[in-house]
Design a protein around this ligand. Structure first.
Ligand SMILES: [Fe+2]
Ligand SMILES: [Fe+2]
Length: 198
């Protein structure tokens, strides 16, 4: 008769690497979620409610990434216990630059390396979670770098002085102020499932 032991998952080296990487990604996204929430408060205090809306949207997106990684992690027997350090909060332009550095690091190094390590495991859930986070984080890089260059070139973009609606994909965390396509450009999820974050 079949027993639980017969079906017990044998944890190999690749699994452990992917579990550690998921834990790192979970920690990173949880930390970023908290930081962007704090940056939103600072942006409101400094009279930039539109930038506060952008930080709330990206904070929500990072929460979605952490949630996706966390679900895969728990399934693989990893831990989602993490101590989130209090974020360092500067002026809004500095906070935008810090957020851009975080997102570029994730897009250029963290997720590409984690994807390479996850491929031998053939675990589609881990690969999908890293892939969605990578694609969504590219949308954050675009928004942060656009905003920084426009603010630096003109001193203002106009929209940062009024609250602004951003669309965040509830599945992958892709964020934008407008989405033309019928489905999410990053994960193909239904367009009507986007959340509006202001
Ligand atoms: Fe992210
Ligand atoms: Fe998506």
């Amino acid at each position: 008769m079949a027993t639980d032991r017969m079906f017990a998952h044998v944890v190999g080296v690749e699994d452990l690497t992917v579990i550690r990487n998921l834990e790192t990604a979970y920690e990173e996204e949880t930390k970023n979620c908290a930081a962007y929430k704090a940056y939103a408060v600072r942006a409101d205090e400094e009279g930039f409610p539109g930038i506060a809306s952008l930080f709330r949207a990206t904070s929500r997106a990072e929460q979605i990434h952490a949630g996706n990684h966390g679900r895969v992690l728990r399934h693989m027997g990893g831990s989602t216990m993490t101590d989130v350090p209090l974020p360092r909060v500067d002026g809004t332009l500095e906070n935008l630059k810090a957020a851009l550095v975080d997102q570029r690091f994730e897009v250029d190094y963290l997720y590409p390396a984690f994807l390479v390590a996850a491929v031998p495991l053939f675990d589609s859930t881990a690969i999908r979670s890293f892939h969605w986070a990578l694609e969504a984080d590219k949308s954050h890089v675009r928004m942060y770098s656009d905003l920084i260059s426009r603010v630096q070139a003109n001193g203002s973009t106009g929209w940062e002085y009024a609250p602004h609606d951003f669309l965040v994909c509830g599945l992958c965390g892709f964020a934008a102020d407008t989405v033309e396509s019928e489905n999410c450009p990053a994960c193909n999820y239904f367009r009507e499932k986007f959340e509006i974050v202001r």
